[in-house]
Each structure stands twice: as C-alpha cells, then as structure tokens.
Unconditional design. Structure first.
Length: 419
C-alpha cells in the first residue's frame, strides 16, 4: 500500500499514548513521515499542547490518541478538542470493546478507531484519507466564499438573473428589480423573455433560444420594457450551468446597461458627421465662387471694389475652414472616448464570463467532493449496523446462559431437597 508521503510532509500530528514501548516504536515511523510530531502520555497535557499550537502557524492537523490515558481519557480528550475544533481528524487506538464508548466517540465525530495490537499501515492510510477529506472540506468552504464574493461583485455592477430549462425565472438581483419596477414575486416563475420589449426581433430571440439549448453561451444586445413602459438597453451574456451529469440545470444572464450617454454620443456623432459633410460642401461651393469672382475681377476695370469683395469672401471662407477643423477635432475626441468606453465594457463582460465559467467548474468539483463525503458516511453507517448486530448476538448468548444457570440452579435445589 503506497502512502502519500508528500502530503504527510505538510502535516503536524499529535500522538497520545500511555504505553511507552508502543509510543517509541510508532513514533519512529511518524517522525520519518510527518512534518512535526508532538508526543504526549497524558490527556490534559495533550489538550494544552493542542490549544497552544492552535494559536500558532504550526497548527496540529491530526490527532492519534489511546483511550486509556491519565488526567483525561481519550473520550474526554475528544470532547474537549471538539469544543475547540469541530473538524480536526481524531483517531482512537484502544483495548476497549465497550459499545457505549464506541457509540459516544462516534456521536462526537471521531474519525475512526482501531483496536490493539495496532496495524501501522492501516492507521496511516486512515490518517491520509481523513486529511484529504479535511482538505476537500476546506477547499469547498473557500470555493463557496469565492463564489459569494463573485456574486457580490457582479450584483454591484450588473443586472443578474437566472432561469431554468423551462425559461422560468428563478432568481433576480436587486438591480433588475430596481430597473424594471416589478415586485420580486411578479418576476419569479415568469418566462424571462416576457420582460423583453415587444419590438425585439423574433429572429434574435429564436437564435438565442437555439444557442442556449445546445449548451452554448449567447451574447448580444437586449431591449427591455419596464412595468411603467420605460425602456432600457443592455449588453447581455447568458451562460448555461451544468450538473454533475453534464445536463443543463439552469442559465445565468449577466447584463450591463447601455447608458443614455452612449446613446447621446452616437446621435452626436451622426450629427457631427452630417455637419462635417455639409461644411465641406459649403466650402467647396464657396471656393468655386471665389475662383469665379477672381476670373471676373481680372476682366473688370473697377478692380479695387471687386478685390475688397474678394477679401471678404476669403475671410468668410477662412472662418468656415477654422470651424471645420474644430469640428474635426471634436469628432476625433468623441470617437476616442467612445472607443475607450466600448473596450472597457467588453473587458468587463469577458471578466464576468470567465468568473462564471470558473464558478461552473468549482460547482462540478464541489459536487464530486460531496459524493465522496457521502460515501464515507455510508461506510460508517454500515459499521454501526454491524456493531448493533453483534450486540444482538451477544445479548442472545447472554439470555441462553441465563437459562442454563436457571436450569442448574433448579437441579441443585432438587438435589438439596432429596438429600
């Protein structure tokens, strides 16, 4: 049986044993495998050592304890440890076969117990399994905290809602409720598309539905209609979420508002473009007239008068040209700002998409880890059932012995009476 020695090198173990010979022999193996080994022969000393290390960077990762130890026995030590830490793996080693002892240890979530004489490999394998399970639990907790952080971030900057495979809304964040002016109860259970504006093209909705049902991500622009008949636009990303069987169980929709300022900038850009074309046209016409006047002046006797008129026209043309340059500069500034804004929004959508995909992977790993924990619980249930069956058998034997004793007692009394 190959052990995960790399894992053991990261762990600190507290070994509590009253038998000095057993402790000396087994501690050699533990010192070879573990990062640090804390040895104790007394339950109270062991509790003090665990409490002390719990406040340092070298926390104890697993406890291996004999039951028959002074000051605090193994079961009392387990009670005290569970008041400090509910999850640290705790393994019993004992000569005792008392069923109440074993049941009480299970009630206080003992990881496992072994009867002496000990089998070192079996104990080490159980330590390995328990510590891996503990790591999984810690990872699950961390993933859950990360997921909560992601959702909190998304809820602050985006409209978020989820719907099931029947297109029915099952979750909306406060931002969506605030924008649509609907009560939450009026939203949940409704077809998510019922909140789209009636002018949304049917082809886009059909294409969206087909993409999602095929298990793919959909991105596009959505026009929504609120309960008070106002309108807002969003850049929308919808991502399918899969269960452990790779079946779609729901969809997550993340929306970023297309703001009024963006709409105004688009309208302003169109107007500036039109004004620019018109100014160029006017300038061309003016220049052509100037050329015509110049030709006329060259053949006129009253040249000074026409020359003054020409200067006036040139001045007006120059002013028009300056205005044209100013308009071109404004167009460039507006275009630069619009491009920066578009890049920022697309970057945010990409980040959110990556976070949702990561969340999906986390959820899949979490489900697998939960299945492993459930298997471990099932194994313990089987052990308890076996112990209960053994109790029944022993009870039956005791009853038979009592019958034998009663029969012998009767025989003795009869002999006494005859004599």
């Amino acid at each position: 049986m190959k052990l995960n020695e790399e894992l053991f090198k990261t762990l600190n173990i507290l070994y509590v044993e009253n038998d000095e010979k057993i402790k000396e022999n087994f501690s050699h193996t533990l010192n070879r495998l573990f990062n640090k080994v804390f040895l104790c022969s007394d339950g109270l000393v062991a509790l003090e050592k665990f409490t002390q290390q719990n406040n340092t960077s070298e926390k104890i990762d697993v406890i291996l304890s004999e039951y028959s130890i002074p000051s605090l026995n193994g079961l009392e030590l387990l009670f005290k440890i569970r008041d400090i830490n509910k999850n640290v793996p705790f393994i019993f080693i004992t000569h005792e076969t008392d069923i109440d002892l074993l049941l009480n240890s299970l009630r206080y979530d003992v990881t496992d117990y072994f009867f002496k004489p000990i089998n070192e490999n079996e104990i080490l394998k159980k330590i390995e399994e328990a510590c891996i399970a503990r790591q999984y639990e810690d990872e699950i907790l961390n993933y859950q905290n990360e997921i909560e952080d992601y959702f909190e971030l998304i809820n602050k900057v985006a409209i978020v809602y989820t719907f099931d495979t029947n297109k029915k809304m099952i979750y909306v964040n406060d931002f969506f409720i605030e924008l649509t002016k609907y009560d939450k109860d009026d939203i949940l259970g409704q077809d998510y598309r019922s909140f789209f504006h009636y002018e949304m093209p049917r082809a886009i909705i059909e294409e969206q539905t087909l993409t999602l049902e095929n298990g793919n991500k959909w991105q596009g622009k959505i026009k929504y209609l609120t309960s008070i008949d106002s309108i807002f636009y969003t850049n929308c990303t919808i991502i399918p979420v899969f269960d452990e069987n790779k079946e779609i169980k729901k969809y997550v929709s993340v929306n970023f508002l297309t703001t009024k300022e963006e709409k105004g900038k688009r309208e302003f850009k169109k107007k500036v473009h039109f004004d620019l074309q018109e100014t160029k046209r006017i300038y061309t016409v003016a220049q052509r007239k100037i050329d015509e006047l110049t030709n006329i002046l060259s053949s006129c006797t009253d040249y000074d008068e026409f020359k003054e008129s020409l200067k006036k026209e040139q001045k007006e043309s120059q002013e028009s040209f300056i205005k044209l340059e100013e308009l071109e500069k404004k167009v460039k500034r507006v275009k630069d700002k619009y491009e920066l804004l578009t890049v920022g929004i697309n970057k945010k959508i990409t980040q959110i998409s990556l976070m949702i995909s990561e969340m999906k992977g986390i959820e899949e790993r979490t489900n697998k880890k939960i299945v492993n924990v459930a298997d471990d619980i099932k194994a313990k249930d089987i052990l308890i059932t076996r112990i209960e069956e053994e109790i029944g058998i022993k009870g039956s034997k005791i009853s038979d012995l009592e019958d034998v004793l009663e029969y012998r007692k009767t025989q003795i009394e009869k002999k006494k009476a005859n004599s």
